[in-house]
Design a protein around this ligand. Structure first.
Ligand code: ADP
Ligand code: MG
Length: 284
């Protein structure tokens, strides 16, 4: 199998003066090219630390991280690794620099020394991929949170990465913005075979992933398909995961034997789903 990312027995320690904080403990995992992986975990479980290790922003205290076979400890391939693995963060406002959308998206390839004509092609391509081409000439600060985050993603795409690692990209967005970003990521995965590693603490965002990793205290607690992971809501709650009440209710009903999807996020959608399931039930 083709592994784009390999984390081999990685320990990561934050050191400040005399204090040592072990954020990751002997962690190993690999990510297949073209896959969609969601990493869940409560605050402080080590998700952001892992994200930064995946593109060489942090170097392991022990163990190795390989990107497409390149070791992040190797200074010679540092830039190549940063280009291969694009990192997207929580706050779009911190990631958008320019005052016009197209200039912002051009920023990354400009830094890579891509010729201007090629940059124009890439900017249009990246904006199309996140469905924001119409906003090319807009001012980013006039856009919604979800639109801004999609611009930030376009800025990374313009560098033609092989893998996107997103650290809670939806945490500051409203439900509509979250849905926009999530569907953009799934489309990129489906249509461009882009490898996606999505870090989130919203359990329902993991529903359509190929694979879900659950982190707790710097370790991987579970690694399975969403179906298996979600069959144990209790375990997720025990590790402090934020389970939305609508999701929890739908899971409980599903567990009790109702034939329904647990995807609904809003109360209205959940109610509709429950009504559908009850109608199905009474028809039998
Ligand atoms: P998450 O993203 O899952 O919330 P983090 O990777 O940010 O987790 O943090 C993992 C652990 O490392 C936490 O206990 C956190 O307090 C600690 N940590 C994170 N950043 C630093 C830092 N810069 N200095 C010291 N400790 C840190
Ligand atoms: Mg974090």
């Amino acid at each position: 199998m083709d592994k784009i990312l390999e984390v081999n027995h990685v320990t990561y320690e934050y050191r400040e003066d005399d204090t040592v904080k072990t954020a990751l403990k002997d962690l190993s995992l690999s990510i297949e090219r073209g896959s969609f992986t969601v990493i869940l975990g409560h605050n402080g479980s080590g998700k952001s630390t892992l994200a930064k290790l995946l593109n060489g922003l942090h170097k392991p205290t022990a163990g190795d991280v390989l990107v497409d076979g390149l070791n992040t400890k190797d200074i010679k391939t540092e830039i190549e690794i940063k280009r291969k693995v694009g990192l997207v963060f929580q706050n779009p406002d911190n990631q958008i620099i320019a005052s016009v959308v197209e200039e912002d998206v051009a920023f990354g390839p400009e830094n890579l020394g891509v010729p201007p004509q090629e940059i124009r092609v890439r900017v249009d391509e990246a904006l199309t991929a996140v469905d924001m081409l119409d906003y090319k000439k807009s001012a980013p600060h006039h856009l919604s949170g979800g639109q801004k985050q999609r611009i930030a993603i376009a800025g990374i795409l313009a560098m033609r990465p092989e893998c996107l690692v997103l650290d809670e990209p939806t945490a500051m967005l409203d439900p509509k913005g979250r849905a926009e970003v999530l569907s953009t990521l799934h489309r990129l995965n489906r249509e461009q075979n882009m490898t996606i590693v999505l870090i989130t603490h919203y359990m329902e965002e993991a529903e359509q992933a190929d694979r879900v990793l659950v982190m707790s205290d710097g370790e991987i607690l579970a690694d399975d398909t969403p179906r298996v992971i979600f069959s144990d809501v209790e375990r997720l709650k025990r590790v402090g995961l934020d389970v939305p009440q609508t999701t929890e209710l739908l899971f409980e009903l599903k567990k009790a034997g109702f034939d329904l999807s647990t995807r609904a996020l809003s109360i209205e959608d959940a109610a509709e789903e429950i009504i559908r399931a009850i109608q199905k039930e009474t028809r039998h």
